[in-house]
Design a protein around this ligand. Structure first.
Ligand SMILES: Nc1ncnc2c1ncn2[C@@H]1O[C@H](COP(=O)(O)OP(=O)(O)OP(=O)(O)O)[C@@H](O)[C@H]1O
Ligand SMILES: Nc1ncnc2c1ncn2[C@@H]1O[C@H](COP(=O)(O)OP(=O)(O)OP(=O)(O)O)[C@@H](O)[C@H]1O
Ligand SMILES: [Mg+2]
Ligand SMILES: [Mg+2]
Lengths: 254, 254
């Protein structure tokens, strides 16, 4: 059965999409079958994987026009499939408001995929609206990218209390997979101070792997490729391979 | 009458809050009376100005519990007042869905403030939901911060077409005040390439002032101050003073 991980943080620009793409690619390169689902109307994960104007998207699945397996497309990376997004997805927030099962639509959709994938990775938009709630209800765990800066750290409390709300109402087994420090620049005091603060509060819930600020991670999307394909020797690409390895061992050590 | 400017971009982490706070502070330092309105449930502009646990927020205005002038508080900067936010604001998206004037609530609220301020600056969340729509309907113009990176550039088309939609339906006079390039690091090729692409497409609509990547801008919020107070000699603070000067002259040259 697939392990479903939501990559979520309502703070904008902390590296959710970069983590979704590169972690998915790393898991696939390590031989696992992975499905990456783009749940952001901005469709950054879709364009970051080089997919232009997809014919069907996750929006078509939310509205029931197509089944989820019809929306799955292959990527240039063996073992990595994806469900693209588009701006239409912004309509889901309003269109689903009246639906009785509006928080569980994605969970029900993903249940049909059962045996096909080892990992399903959900890239979330920078908000805690209905789309992100659907992701948190469908997920077994949440992986939270955090930039080592003040506002990103400050928002973690709100995110944790929202996860508590999701556990109480819809998904009692939802776990925190861990916090990943991103865009880390060891020359900057602020980054060191914030990362120390986050580690002292969240302790073993912070991944040992730290993602450095690395221009290859920012350049790769303009070529429609993960950094692991665009520049596999870069410090950014290597960090995501390391993160995938740590994630795979996560269950074993704790 | 006040000039109302929305600081908006649905892409996350591009510098909306940093621009809202530091541009507002710069306009106040230059002798103008400014109201900063935090429209993000993350309430980053509120904490970035050093305001903890505000008793009343913009949410109380949206729900009609208090009048907008009751929500205004002063800041440590002469000439700069603000209306704080809180996580409650996330409820507005659902609570207003059924209201007949749901897109014009903020416009109607701000109309009562008429003579009190020369500038009203609206910090928007990273989304194009009902809160941001309210800001675009209330605003005379939109100032768009853009990080010089691929995803931020890619999202501009969607933002422009949304502004067209707002003009057609609710606010025919909505203008693009301009695009501000943020977190610019001239040593990085990607930043130079993206900024050239944005300038060649948007031409004179791109402010001449470019905001450099500068750690004082990221450190200042942890002290609850604009960079213009925290470290007024920093390149980041000076760039925002320059931007304020350019904005004040905007009407004159074009
Ligand atoms: N480790 C890194 N080093 C350098 N640049 C990075 C790194 N991680 C992400 N970036 C760049 O920073 C920007 C923000 O990252 P990204 O878009 O992945 O964040 P996000 O959380 O998905 O944003 P949003 O909130 O809009 O969904 C992007 O331009 C990306 O290319
Ligand atoms: N020019 C700059 N140089 C260095 N750091 C910056 C600069 N501008 C903003 N930052 C930092 O980058 C991060 C993102 O900026 P900010 O929070 O202002 O963006 P935003 O668009 O308001 O984000 P959101 O989409 O979450 O509302 C913050 O930690 C901020 O302190
Ligand atoms: Mg993203
Ligand atoms: Mg902000």
């Amino acid at each position: 059965l697939a392990k479903i991980v939501a990559i979520a943080n309502q703070k904008g620009g902390v590296g959710k999409t970069t983590t979704s793409i590169n972690l998915s690619a790393a898991l696939a390169i390590l031989g696992h079958s992975v499905l990456l689902v783009d749940l952001d109307p901005q469709a950054n994960a879709t364009s970051g994987m080089g997919i232009e104007q997809p014919k069907t998207t996750v929006y078509d699945c939310f509205t029931g026009r197509i089944s989820i397996s019809e929306a799955i497309i292959s990527t240039k990376i063996k073992g990595l499939s994806m469900i693209p997004s588009s701006v239409d997805l912004v309509g889901v927030e309003v269109e689903l408001t009246a639906a009785p099962n509006r928080e569980r639509v994605l969970r029900d959709l993903l249940e049909n995929l059962g045996e096909n994938f080892a990992w399903i990775v959900l890239d979330c938009p920078p908000a805690l609206g209905l789309i992100t709630i659907n992701a948190l209800v469908a997920a077994h765990s949440v992986l939270v990218p955090v930039q080592c800066e003040y506002y990103a750290m400050e928002g973690l409390g709100w995110l944790m209390s929202n996860m508590d709300r999701i556990r109480e109402s819809w998904n009692p087994l939802l776990e925190l997979e861990g916090i990943v420090l991103t865009m880390y620049d060891s020359r900057i005091n602020l980054a060191r101070q914030v990362s120390e603060e986050i580690r002292s509060f969240f302790r073993e819930k912070v991944f040992r792997t730290v993602i450095p600020r690395n221009v290859s991670l920012a350049e790769a999307p303009s070529y429609g490729q993960p950094a692991l394909v665009y520049n596999s020797a870069s410090s950014g690409a290597r960090a995501y391979m390391e993160l995938a390895g740590e994630l795979l061992n996560h269950g074993k050590t704790s």
